[in-house]
Every structure is written in structure tokens, then in C-alpha cells.
Design a protein around this ligand. Sequence first.
Ligand code: SF4
Ligand code: SF4
Length: 448
Amino acid sequence: MNILIIAGAVSLIILICFFFLFALYSLLEKEKRAFWRSSIVFLFLIIISIIFFLAEAPLKNWLFGTAFILLILDLVILVLSPLKRKSTEIVGGQNKVDERDVIFARFEYMEGAETYEEYYGRRPEYKKIDDEIRKFPDILSHPHLEKNLLLSALASAEFDFLEHQLTQVSGRESREKSQLPPSENTRIIKKIIKYLGSDHCGICLLNQAYVYSHVGRGPEHYSEEIKLEHKYAIVFALEMDLGIVASAPKEPVIVETGRKYVEAAKISIIVTNFIRRLGYPARAHIAGSNYQAMLPPLAWLAGLGELGRLGILITSKFGPRARLGLITTDLPLVADKSKKLGIQNFCQKCKKCAKNCPAQAIPYEEKVEENGVMRWVINREECYKFWRKAGTDCAVCIYVCPYSKSDNAFHNFIRIMAQNSSAAQSLSVWADDFFYGRIPLRRKSPLR
Ligand code: SF4
Ligand code: SF4
């Protein structure tokens, strides 16, 4: 057999194996459209391979030679288009964000209440839009409640549980201090967090720009200045179930959100208690109304991912399909570095979240400067208004994001390619639409 035929046959076998694996993974992931389309490509490759084998020389040589050259050309294009990775740029001074301005805080100020009068007296620019949103029923309340009483009750029970944990988030540290070196403390903390349920954890210095300036909600006094002077932030991510997120924007999503926040609270509370027993101050920041700092920028600094077009963190393992947990402490630790993962380059090409957002709250345009950071700024009011209309926390953008695919060998291979090659990113954006759909099909949640 001549060398061209062997090279061509190997090229075809590589492609056949790739599409076989694609179809197999799609079947396991219950991705019907991707399964059928990858299976068709797989069968097509088998058929043309048979035709090539049956052809007579010199046509046979020519056909296999062409297959080989095409594969080599593709590889050359992928390799010769290295990605100049861009990441979040800090372009100016960053002021602390006031928690009272955070959308979830604003909707705790009831008309007629002192907080309402104080807040909108100071920030009249938000009054009109917020009052308009207040006309829609609150999430997990009547009449949303009636759509799925069981799941709504379950989500409410999860969030009630979180509120009951607020007394556990801080406490006095032991007098005796552990004298382990920072590297050992870091190893132990990451190991414990992994044991408790998160294997995606990072550490950064607690940048004061990401600590809220004033209390906006929760058990502490409204408007009180927040003093959080711990040196380190430990941030971790918990994967949300893809099968449930795939039902977005339906009720199961908020149940899954609540479940992950409960897990994050459990990890944070146990680890902070552990750190205090080692003689160092520590505070758990748990969902509901207990954060004293902003998690996405801290998670970025800690190397967990990058801020995406959809306005939240895209983690390197689970994409945006994750919930974050935070611990702040003075325990001596070794900080990780933020990473350039090429995610923001991908977002520049992709825009799938913007196209699928039912509220059209995600920008199609380039990043803009907000508080000294170049980022995509979503229309938070339009987003939250949709949540109130839907009765859940939506998550359509999280589901459709190509980075939300499962954390497995097949998708990790694609992620590595996209992290290193501009052409691979363009191909992935196109392939995601072709195989999964521009508007990916929603799935029936296993919780229904
Ligand atoms: S869907 Fe695309 S544009 Fe949106 S966050 Fe994900 S990768 Fe970025
Ligand atoms: S959560 Fe829903 S409404 Fe909000 S930005 Fe994402 S897709 Fe749009």
C-alpha cells in the first residue's frame, strides 16, 4: 500500500473516531440534536472511506491524498492561529459597590417602609423602573407558586434554610494559633473543601474594591458601613446539574440554585469554623442576604475563570453553570493568580447568550468601562423583571453558553483547543450552533 493511502486512511480514522466519540458523548448527555448530527457525519465518513477503498488506482491515491492534505491543512490553520488571550482589564480606579444598590437588596425595600423612603430619596433614578418591576409578582410567590407548588415550596425551604444559617457565619477564634506555614494551610484548606464537595477552589488577596461599602439587606443594620478587613478570600465553585439547567427558565432551576447555595453554605460554615479552631478569624459569606463582598471578581482573581458576556463568572471547569461560595480569613495562605483562559476572546465571537436571552438584557456590543473595569454590562433591571415574570431565576443564558457543556474528556479537549487557537474558537462557535442549535432545545427536568 502506498504512503498516500496510509496517510489518508489514518486521517479518516482520526475523524471517524472523533465523530464516534462525539455521538457517544452526546447520547450519554441526552443531547438529541448533537447525537443525530454527529452520527450522520460519522456515517458519512464511514461511507466515503468505503468508497475510497473501493476506488481503483490512481483515483484511490488521489482521494486518500486529498483526505490527508485536508486534515493537515486544518491542523496547520488551527496551530498557526494562536490566540492572543485577552482577559478582564482594570482601566481605572475602582470604588466599592454599595450593597444597597444591588438589585436583590432594592427589592427588599417595601413601599411605605423606612428603607424604601431612605433609599429612593437618595437614589431617585432607580425608583421608576423598580416600581414598575414591583408590579410583577415576586419570585416563588402567588401566582407563580400555583404553577408548581411542590418545587416552589422546595426552593422556598432551601432559601429559608440559608437564612437560618446566618448565626453560624462568624464567631470567635481559639486563643491558640496553629503555626503551620501558608503553603501547608493552603493545601489543607483546598483538600477539605474538595472533601466537602468542591474540587474547584482558588485563593486571592481580599481586594477591598470588591468588599461592599454599606449593608443593603440581611440581619445587619441597613446602611451600616461594612468593615471586612480579612487578608484572604477563599472562593470555590459548585457545579449545577446540566439536566436541570437545561429546563431553563422553569421552576426546577431555582430549586437547583437553592441546592447549590445550601451546599456552598455548608462548606463555608464548616471551613470557617475549622479555621477559627486553628486560631484565626474567618467569616462565611452565604447566599440569601449574607454576602459582604462580590464573589465573581474575587473568583476571577483566585483563578477560577473569567467574567463573560452574560455578566457572571465563566468557570474553567463548568462554565457559568456553577454557583460560588466565599470564605474570608486571616489564616496565612498562598494566593493563586488570575488566569487568561481565552474565554473573553470566545465571548467576543459567540453572543449566543445575548441571542437567547428572553429579556434581551445581554449586550451584543463590545465591553464598556464600569467602575474601572472593562466588562460586558447586562441590563440588570430587564433581567430581574424577567425573573419576576417567569417566577424563577431564569438561567437561559447559563444553559445555552457553550462553556456549560459537561466537564468530561471530550468537551475538555474542545476547551483546550479553544483556549489556544483563534480558528478553533471560530469553529467551536459555528459547531455549537450547528450541532446543539442556535436556540438549544429545552429538556424536561428530572425534577418534574
Ligand atoms: S454564550 Fe457565548 S458569549 Fe455568552 S457568555 Fe457564553 S461564551 Fe460568552
Ligand atoms: S438570566 Fe435570563 S433574563 Fe437574565 S440575562 Fe440570563 S437569559 Fe437574560
